[in-house]
Design a protein. Structure first.
Length: 255
């Protein structure tokens, strides 16, 4: 496996880059509000630069802290599990147990996301009901941490371009998509829409051979305990859409 994962960073973030990734300096002004998707388009749109048997990805400078992994952990994961099309790293392993799919979770933290996202897919060739999308936990990912073959990127980039074109050529959809969400970074709906396209693409293409990184017990226990504490707070928004998950029973399986 020829690992070519790249860390994207701003000038002041250089000290947070992980040795083992190839630094990529993101000079984009982000005028299109595509965030990391713009990096994907920059790196992987030219299929002549991609070898279909090799694997590629781009992760943010926050990868180490957020995913609790080092580059070698990722490379070993791929090496130990060969011949997949796509390798996922989901640093929020509790979320697939709480929500049927990332769109429902997105509506919980960014109210209004589901409605505008459904409008986009209604205009596309993919006639799917995002609210009722049924995704297996191992095919859910809640950030753009993934490594994929050159062949996968060729097809996925085409899908991204198709969906982005719908948004950027429809003034009404674009206006709503670029409204500020309630997220604490004060970003628009657009990046949170984009990061939920990968699991949707997997739903539409069930033949893709996918494997999700399996975290160790201590990491899972910490995540589940934090979520249990959060759910005890009576003011959690939209708590009614949480699944009824027996977290205590899950924890007993780890201890």
């Amino acid at each position: 496996m020829n690992g070519k994962s790249k860390g994207t960073f701003e000038e002041e973030q250089i000290n947070f880059l992980l040795s083992g990734f190839i630094p990529y300096f993101n000079k984009s002004s982000n005028s299109r509000q595509l965030y990391e998707t713009e990096v994907f388009l920059d790196l992987f749109s030219d299929e002549t630069k991609l070898e279909k048997e090799n694997y590629y990805g781009a992760v943010s400078w926050k990868f180490g802290k957020k995913a609790n992994l080092f580059p070698n952990d990722v490379f070993e994961f791929i090496k130990d599990n060969p011949e997949k099309d796509l390798y996922l790293v989901n640093p929020y392993p509790e979320l697939p147990h709480l929500y049927e799919n990332p769109w429902i979770q997105g509506e919980n933290v960014h109210p209004g996301l589901l409605k505008i996202s459904q409008l986009v897919f209604d205009k596309s060739q993919y006639k799917i009901d995002l609210r009722n999308l049924s995704l297996k936990p191992e095919k859910q990912v809640y950030c753009n941490y993934f490594i994929a073959s050159g062949l996968f990127w060729k097809n996925y980039i085409s899908f991204l371009q198709e969906i982005i074109f719908i948004i950027e050529t429809d003034p009404k959809i674009q206006k709503v998509m670029k409204k500020k969400t309630s997220h604490h970074y004060k970003a628009s709906f657009f990046p949170f829409f984009l990061e939920r396209l990968l699991p949707t693409y997997l739903y539409l293409n069930s033949h893709i051979k996918t494997l999700s990184y399996q975290y160790k017990k201590d990491f899972l226990i910490e995540r589940y305990l934090n979520k249990m504490k959060e759910m005890e707070i009576p003011l959690v928004r939209h708590q009614k859409i949480f699944r009824h998950i027996p977290f205590k029973k899950i924890l007993r399986n780890f201890i």
